[in-house]
Design a protein around this ligand. Structure first.
Ligand code: PEP
Ligand code: MN
Length: 359
């Protein structure tokens, strides 16, 4: 059966667990056995070649560890997955008999590397898990799927692991949930897992992100699991023990994504009201843009620049001060007003610079 089907048939969540990095034969085997004994995962993971941000940190055991993970898979009767980043990794992994391959975020970002891996897999039937690129670019993620499909590989699954930011605050990689949701819209048949370990970078936050992924109807989770997380050779802060993994999985609330007829009717009535409010919002926005056009016309006639910074600073401050009264977050008001402002500038620019044919 295709991995895609296994994930979809698993009735959520399909779990991939195992250490960030393979460190020793004993470490791999012990953690995989405990995961298997707890029935916590349907697939085992381990990093053999580690893409580290800066040289000098542990860069993975390499080829030697392939045998360890393949052996752990045999011992536990679970399929395995490792990260590959070039054609030589692919050839070694295929030779060793790994069950599936994952493409890391730093590889998905590079079309040359993705193409090289795809070319090395021509004619091979193996499931591929594709992590999102480090930067928030839906097309690059989609492009990676298309490169594998073009060479005939169709058993493809997505992994959302968040997006890199310069100064991260709460999360190591910001989730930007709208991007995996857009991927689902574009590729409804493709299963999608969430990797809360690399999103959070912090084991204390793993549960909340895992729960959120389940509430957004993701098909599963990839969670870094280590026998002794604090002493892990890579990503120590985000790894958890198999016991904690079991606890998290037992605590997650799985909500149904199908709804009974009665509830559906009630929800649809409220949705109808929401649609009506959205219609009114659109009418109001149109009205607002008509006023912007009038202002643009006046600026044009009087040769005034479109942007009046002082005025805009005042407007945005007034709106931000009002946010709380309306029970809206300042963050939302900021981006909402910025979007309105951009659209208003677009309208005014059109009024200021009419096309010759309009004159
Ligand atoms: C990993 O899964 O260990 C890893 C390196 O992930 P990412 O490519 O998401 O950074
Ligand atoms: Mn890791």
């Amino acid at each position: 059966m295709k991995l895609q089907e296994e994930i979809k048939n698993n009735n959520r969540p399909f779990i991939i667990a195992g250490p960030c990095s393979a460190e020793s034969e004993e470490q791999i085997l012990s953690v995989c056995q405990e995961i298997a004994n707890n029935h916590s995962a349907q697939m085992l993971r381990a990093g053999i070649w580690k893409p580290r941000t800066r040289p000098g940190s542990f860069e993975g055991i390499g080829e030697r560890a392939l045998e360890w993970i393949v052996n752990a898979g045999k011992e536990t009767n679970l399929p395995t997955t490792i990260e590959v980043a070039n054609a030589s990794h692919v050839n070694l992994a295929l030779k060793a008999g790994v069950s599936s391959l994952w493409i890391g975020a730093r590889t998905t970002v590079n079309p040359f590397a993705v193409q090289e891996i795809a070319d090395a897999l021509r004619g091979v039937d193996i499931p591929i898990l594709i992590k999102n690129p480090v930067n928030p670019d839906l097309s690059l993620w989609m492009g990676a799927f298309e490169r594998f499909e073009k060479i005939g590989l169709t058993d493809l699954t997505a992994i959302h692991r968040g997006f890199s930011v310069y100064k991260h605050r709460k999360y190591r990689n910001v989730p930007s949930w709208e991007i995996p949701i857009a991927l689902k819209e574009n590729r409804p048949e493709t299963p999608i897992l969430c990797d809360p370990s690399h999103i959070t970078g912090n084991r204390e936050l793993l549960f909340e992100v895992s729960q959120k992924a389940m509430d957004l109807n993701f098909d599963g989770l990839m969670i870094e699991t280590h026998p002794d997380p604090d002493n892990a050779w890579s990503d120590a802060a985000q790894q958890i023990t198999p016991a904690r993994l079991k606890e998290i999985l037992n605590t997650i609330v799985l909500r149904s994504h199908t709804v009974s007829q009665d509830i559906a009717t009630i929800i649809n009535e409220v949705r109808e009201k929401v649609n009506n409010v959205d219609d009114r919002l659109f009418e109001l926005l149109m009205e607002r843009m008509e006023f912007s056009n009038t202002v643009g016309q006046l600026k044009r006639e009087n040769n005034i620049t479109i942007l009046q910074q002082e005025h805009w600073t005042k407007v945005i401050k007034t709106r931000l001060d009002l946010a709380e009264d309306y029970q809206l977050s300042e963050k939302f008001i900021r981006s909402f007003m910025d979007a309105i402002h951009q659209e208003s500038i677009r309208h005014q620019t059109a009024v200021m610079n009419p096309k010759k044919s309009d004159e």
